[in-house]
Design a protein around this ligand. Structure first.
Ligand code: ADP
Ligand code: MG
Length: 694
């Protein structure tokens, strides 16, 4: 078997694994031998020094070694407690397990064991609860003494797989092929960044001589993984060189458009427009991500970009994720574009066949300059006469393939300039990974005239005070949302909670205060009617569920009270708060929670009080939850890494990306001898296309 065959083999076929353990491994993301070798320890236990038992002190992390004197099992209040007493001649101590099935079978009198953990002293007896342990009699099945006198790896929770077993398995595999693991990085790069060879890195990742060793080993493997990620990602850019449609910045239509606005652009909008303009002039297609909080004015930027295409005699398209959004864009844009004699078209899936055919015809003939629509735009029968600019709004709602399909519709097989917009702020370093092939522009400035928003976190003991303050405020003519507790996965229960809250408020509010109710279980028309009344000022207070999270704009609403705010995610709280502070008046967001909340919840609430900056909020959210949970790895194309960690490894991310850019600039097709190894690795290790966000 050649080394690659072995590395790509499923762990199931390794000696001692079998189907059952293989499925446990799969849960950890490990299917092949390769995966197993990249299974990074969470930490290491220092077993270089064994502490004599008589020197063990309370609270110490220790490793002890000794012989089993006796063992015993008993039931205490329904819990099985298993105790082993070991002695090393200097003293004796207990190792104790609670409710661990089968543990009593593991130890026998006179077994020599080594155990690590935190030492406690209970009624004068030294104890380690649930120690990491090893039976070190070599003759015994499963026993070995490899793990004494060294740093021992502790892997991420291997439920059902004994740590000893995993260690031994990895050690076996390394013994078998460890020396043949092929190198992947060119020497000059390894030297430049002081990295180990891959072979050494993998060995030392699992069985380091010291912790510095382990760190360098991990850095090497993270670097290697990101290196190939960026090679594949940035290679695409090179392939698309010369395939774009260079546009002239004539500033004809765009100037008229800007003049017609009732406001001046913000500094951020101007900056982003000039970033986009310099892309549009190139013969390589623009690939740009535009980030900006809700209300930051992305639409104007998109329109400006589209008009540059139109004034060059081309078409531009904007695709939105829902029909409502597409219609809204179409209406807003028509208002601006009609006076400029720009011809528009709207294409939706729900349109009648006849109407749809006509619209498709207009797009094909070039009778429409700016086209707005939904997924209907990427159907096969939609052809553009001369498409040069494609904009996608709320891009995270679209899949990779949908984006690719739109990009295939460019003029004469060229790729249109491409702008994706999102209101979900993503920290820059993360954006570089997720959208590694996109340039990023950020609108980090809100249009002027938006009032301040004060956020307070209040314990429920003061709820009455909050509500009497609320009643005073709405009597002055302000309007308020009161958000009912979030009930995960049950719109029904959530609707009930909102209804209950609504009834309660009606009971305690002064009579002259009108209160409305809106939730997800109401019919669409009913909901629209309630919203209309709220907008008209017929209700002072609107009790709501999270249905108000998106798309609702009532500038006179200046108060938002969120009940059980500890149950909401940070992004959700931020979105909800985005509903107020839309007018010039000062607004208030009050977060009500029980007196005790979890540590994570407290972090979220503190973040809300401290900042309104969507990017800061996103950073903090990322810290609390990790990127996978926020974006959902699959749907949003976050690459799944074997060992790299998007948060921990930001420095390496920047380093590798820069290095890969440098290499590709110098040797775009990787034909120089020193880079041969890169091509070989891609081939041998079947490093595939990176699927990125679309
Ligand atoms: P989003 O970034 O959420 O898509 P929009 O483009 O819809 O934001 O803009 C939100 C509102 O702000 C719109 O009513 C728009 O007309 C207005 N707006 C955009 N830019 C400015 C500006 N520079 N000054 C004042 N108002 C602006
Ligand atoms: Mg928008």
């Amino acid at each position: 078997m050649d080394v690659y065959e072995f590395l790509m083999m499923e762990v199931r076929y390794l000696k001692g694994v079998g189907p059952k353990r293989a499925s446990l491994f799969r849960r950890l993301g490990i299917t092949s031998v390769f995966d197993l070798l990249y299974f990074a320890p969470r930490r290491y236990i220092d077993r270089r020094s064994i502490t004599p038992i008589h020197e063990v002190r309370r609270g110490q992390e220790v490793t002890v070694a000794g012989k089993v004197l006796t063992k015993g099992i008993k039931k205490v209040k329904g819990t099985l407690v298993f105790t082993v007493i070991i002695s090393d001649g200097s003293d004796w101590m207990e190792l104790v397990w609670r409710n661990v099935r089968g543990i009593d079978k593991v130890f026998n009198k006179d077994d020599r064991v080594i155990a690590s953990g935190k030492a406690y002293v209970y009624r004068g007896t030294k104890v380690i609860y649930h120690p990491e342990y090893e039976i070190i009699d070599e003759e015994k099945p499963g026993g070995s003494r490899i793990l004494a006198g060294m740093f021992v790896p502790v892997y991420p929770s291997t439920e059902g797989l004994k740590p000893r077993f995993v260690r031994k398995l990895i050690l076996d595999v390394l013994g078998k092929i460890g020396d043949q693991i092929p190198e992947t990085l060119p020497d000059y790069i390894r030297n430049k960044f002081k990295l180990y060879s891959r072979k050494d890195a993998i060995h030392r990742l699992h069985f380091p001589e010291n912790l510095k060793d382990a760190r360098t080993a991990r850095t090497t493997l993270v670097f290697e993984e990101l290196f190939y990620f960026y090679i594949k990602l940035l290679e695409k850019r090179i392939e698309s060189k010369g395939l774009g449609i260079p546009l002239m910045i004539k500033n004809e239509l765009t100037t008229d458009f800007l003049k017609s606005l009732k406001f001046d652009l913000t500094g951020a909008q101007k900056r982003v427009i000039s970033e986009i303009n310099s892309d549009l002039e190139k013969n390589t297609p623009m690939h740009r991500l535009l980030q900006g909080d809700v209300g930051s004015g992305k639409t104007v930027v998109a329109l400006h970009t589209m008009l540059t295409a139109v004034e060059n005699g081309f078409q531009a398209v904007l695709m939105a994720p829902t029909e409502i959004l597409a219609e809204q864009h179409f209406l807003v844009m028509s208002e601006y574009l009609f006076p400029l004699n720009v011809r528009m078209a709207l294409l939706l899936g729900k349109m009648r066949k006849k109407e749809k055919q006509l619209t498709i015809e207009r797009i094909r003939n070039g009778d429409a300059d700016v086209i707005v629509g939904t997924h209907a735009l990427i159907q096969d029968d939609v052809e553009f006469k001369k498409l040069a600019v494609a904009v996608i709004d709320e891009q995270h709602k679209f899949g990779v393939l949908q984006r690719a399909k739109l990009l295939e519709k460019g003029f004469e097989n060229k790729s249109p300039h491409f702008l994706v917009m999102t209101a979900t702020p993503i920290p820059r370093t993360l954006a570089l990974t997720i959208y590694g092939d996109l340039d990023v522009s950020i609108i980090d400035e809100m249009p002027p005239g938006r009032g301040e928003v004060v956020t307070r976190w209040v314990r429920e003991g003061r709820r009455d005070k909050v509500y009497s303050w609320l009643f005073d405020e709405v009597k002055k003519g302000n309007q308020a949302y009161v958000v009912a507790p979030l009930i995960e996965k049950s719109e029904k229960l959530e609707a009930e909670a909102a209804t209950e809250l609504f009834e309660k408020l009606k009971n305690i509010a002064p009579e002259e205060i009108d209160i409305g109710l809106i939730h997800g279980k109401m019919k669409k028309d009913e909901r629209a009617a309630v919203m209309r009344k709220f907008r008209n000022g017929d209700f002072h207070i609107l009790v709501a569920t999270t249905v108000i999270e998106v798309g609702i704009d009532v500038p006179n609403a200046t108060i938002m009270i969120i009940e059980h705010a500890e149950r909401f995610g940070l992004a959700q709280l931020h979105q909800l708060r985005g509903r107020i502070g839309r007018g010039a008046k000062k607004s208030y967001c009050i977060l009500i929670t029980p007196s005790r909340v979890s540590t994570d919840a407290a972090k979220r609430l503190k973040a809300m009080v401290e900042t309104r900056d969507g990017f800061k909020i996103a950073e903090i959210d990322l810290e609390i939850r990790g990127p996978g949970e926020i974006f959902g790895t699959k749907q949003h194309g976050i690459p799944k890494f074997r060992i790299a960690n998007l948060i921990r490894d930001q420095k390496i991310i920047q380093m590798t990306r820069q290095e890969v850019q440098r290499i590709l600039e110098f040797d775009p097709f990787l034909t120089k001898p020193q880079n041969h190894i890169i091509k070989e690795t891609i081939e041998n290790e079947k490093i595939g296309e990176v699927i990125y966000v679309g």
